[in-house]
Design a protein. Sequence first.
Length: 262
Amino acid sequence: MSSIIPGPVENSNAIRLELLSWPEVERYLTNCKGVVLPIGSTEQHGPTGAIGTDAMTAEAVALEVGRRTGVLVTPTQPFGMAEHHLGFPGTMSLKPSTLLEVLNDLFLSLISNGFERIFVVNGHGGNIATTKAAFAQVHSNARMRKISCASEVRFKLANWFMAPSVSLKAKELYGEREGQHATPSEIALTMHLEPDLILKQRPLNDPVPAGAINGSEDFRLRYPDGRMGSDPYLAKADHGAVLLDKAASYLCNDLSQFLEAL
Ligand code: NI
């Protein structure tokens, strides 16, 4: 069954699953089977970036998408696959196999109660492979458990930082200094969300260019301060506001198409 897109709400609290009661969720499901699930990571983001960057950014984009469309947003999954960042204190990682199981259970919970369109807003490149694997596993598990809507279930992975309009803006603002990890674009968004983070900003040495990612010890040797080719000192909080708007616009369109598709 296709879904009716509920339409914008004034306050994003209206679409936060954790603030609804179960009868409200049941009522929502009579019109719309779509839900947005943000996933991030809790990992080092260079010497000046917040550990929670990937979870904060994914959540902010997801809530803005929810506010503009009226589609429910679940609580954020704050832990992702960040094994290669474990050489830096503060990082908390799930192995790919653990993350696969966590996502499997969360997706199946939603599906077993009638959600059929799960739109994952992701803030961390290291989650991509495992999230896609979880989609395949859940299709298989839903069928084996004979969940009634199993054949209707669809997943979509939306990596906000890879949205074309976001990449273009990052290129325009930071050029090659965007880099690949602890990027000024993601740091700018965290500064927009939590202005206290602006106080951490300071000029840094030239970064090591981005290259291979292996184990955590190798990562720390290759990238001693945790950055991969990025210059987060270029980040400004007002860039973060622009990037949030661009990410939300792109993803809203993506979500609408996803909900309307068979
Ligand atoms: Ni990140």
